[in-house]
Write a protein that binds this ligand. Structure first.
Ligand code: EPZ
Length: 417
């Protein structure tokens, strides 16, 4: 159990470097086994989820280690195609190894990743798309067994722009004979980062960032050096921390375009935003304005992962905000915990209605998921007195040294485990 002690009421000020993207790192780590290659990655964040992915790579027979924010992988010796349940359950997104194993080994055996705090998280779209490529997939209970057979390029249309399903198709299609066209693809920046990595590995792939991606096989280069882009959700989190505390914070090394939907609402809430090529400065008023209606949506819409942290920033705003969560069926778990601080939030189905209050007071909260936990910390920063957030390691799955980053900006935060 990790304990986050926060003494609220301090404005955040100063400059903040933004870590590498968790959601770009994880599919790239899986992609490293698509063909034998030596991979060197920089700006990889130090996270529980990255540790879990490296453990899977080592289990599969690769050399995989992280030194600081660099990761070195040699997938030449990848010899296994089975991932045991114990490794699968550590990280839900380990399903991304499915497409990579089918491409490399022609088969894969793993347990279904299962649901998580956000909802059922089915993988029906992944399996349907991989079957269209020619993978023979059986589901026995909660285990899936895939025999790649001969993968043949084809046209696949996703009924929903699933990020994970898009990534799994990109990886498997690298080994397919002929051209694969993926329509209805996810457009998140992490998809473009994965395409850049695969190209450096020798894949003929184009279209990432649009809803149509074309993959035409691979001529392995055997060696890849890649830099992980900044984490747009961590950037959004730190921007919301500044907004929650009436602060003045400059985010460094960010691509503002990647979280412009969040910046748009912070601006509407009364923050002055100064954005340059690779930095963003947020100057927040002591009290934000409510922003009306927010709808989460696939990129470039408002990101579901930023919904809890923007909610936290708006708890003391003047007026009413309604957030509709369209992506996950259970992503308001942070609400009852935030209400223990004195927040006024009502949830009906997929809509959370936030009525801003003048003041929040400290309390003891329990984190239930990664972004909900971060939202509780942000709310604690805006509350008077002491807040304790108890967390079973959700927050450190996605945030590298969040306590230190916040202290560097003047927050009174300590994390003990
Ligand atoms: C990725 O999850 C991210 N995780 C999530 O971030 C993010 O919230 C999500 O994309 C949406 O942007 C990683 O990249 C590791 P989806 P993923 O497939 O790929 C349904 C975080 O906090 N669906 O786009 O699992 C699914 O149930 C995490 O960093 C199906 O129904 O997301 C969900 O409701 C949380 N069938 C919706 O689509 C499928 O086969 C979005 O899922 C696949 C998905």
């Amino acid at each position: 159990m990790e304990f986050w002690h926060i003494r609220g009421g301090k404005r955040l000020t100063g400059a903040c470097p933004i870590q590498g993207s968790k959601n770009a790192s994880l599919p790239i780590l899986a992609a490293s086994i698509v063909c034998p290659a030596r991979t060197e990655l920089t700006e990889v964040p130090r996270l529980r989820d990255v540790d879990a992915a490296l453990r899977i790579l080592r289990h599969l027979g690769c050399r995989a280690e992280q030194q600081g924010n660099a990761v070195y992988i040699d997938s030449g010796l990848c010899s296994r195609s089975t991932i045991p349940h114990a490794l699968m359950e550590e990280m839900r997104s380990s399903v991304i190894f499915l497409g990579a194993l089918i491409a490399r080994c022609g088969e894969a055996r793993m347990s279904l990743p299962g649901g998580c705090q956000l909802g059922k998280r089915p993988i029906d779209l992944h399996l349907a798309a991989l079957r269209q490529l020619g993978a023979e997939i059986e589901q026995n209970g909660d285990e899936i067994v895939c025999r790649g057979g001969r993968l043949r390029g084809t046209r696949i249309a996703l009924p929903f722009p699933s990020v994970g399903a898009t990534e799994n198709v990109m990886l498997a299609a690298c080994a397919a004979e002929g051209e694969t066209t993926l329509c209805g693809a996810a457009r998140e920046p992490e998809i473009t980062a994965l395409q850049d990595y695969l190209r450096a590995m020798g894949a003929h792939i184009r279209g990432a960032g649009t809803e149509r991606i074309v993959i035409e096989g691979m001529e392995p280069t055997g060696r890849v050096c890649a830099r992980i882009p900044p984490d747009r959700i961590v950037a959004a989190t730190m921007a919301c921390a500044a907004a929650a505390t009436g602060g003045d914070v400059e985010l460094r090394g960010v691509d503002v375009q990647q979280f412009s939907a969040v910046v748009h609402f912070l601006n509407r809430a009364g923050c002055d935003i100064i954005s340059r090529k690779r930095s963003l400065r947020i100057l927040a008023p002591s009290r934000l304005r409510a922003v009306g209606e927010i709808l989460t949506a696939p990129f470039p819409g408002f990101p579901t992962d930023a919904q809890p942290v923007l909610m936290a920033a708006l708890l003391r705003s003047r007026g009413k905000t309604r957030i509709t969560e369209t992506i996950f069926e259970n992503r308001f778990r942070q609400v009852p915990e935030l209400c223990r601080l004195g927040a006024d939030i009502r949830v009906i189905d997929r809509v959370a209605e936030i009525r801003g209050v003048e003041r929040l007071h400290g309390a003891t909260l329990t984190a239930g998921d990664l972004r909900g936990g971060a939202a509780m910390i942000l709310a604690g920063l805006a509350a008077e007195g002491e807040t304790l957030v108890r967390d079973k390691g959700h927050i450190t799955r996605g945030y590298e040294a969040l306590d230190q980053r916040l202290r560097e900006l003047g927050a009174d935060v300590e994390m003990k485990n």
